[in-house]
Design a protein around this ligand. Sequence first.
Ligand SMILES: [Zn+2]
Length: 91
Amino acid sequence: MNDREWADFLKTHGKEEWEREAAKTVCTMCGKPFSSWDMNLGNNRYDIFVGYPSRHDLERIQIKLCADCFDKVLDTIISMCKTNPVVDDGL
Ligand SMILES: [Zn+2]
């Protein structure tokens, strides 16, 4: 379910149904079923086909991250960057 479909689902269903629907998605990193909180991150599901010259050439990668793991991944990547990739902090 993409973020638009999720927004529509929220309007037409109750909280118990939100949690039941969200739990159909499981975090790739920690294995936790999503909650409606995790779904609020929107299209936080990545489907990447890797091309040459990566060592992962020709692999298809699917990653779904809960809100906690998404922050862990971003904290890790941002701390590794020589150039700050945060181009807008929303403030
Ligand atoms: Zn997770």
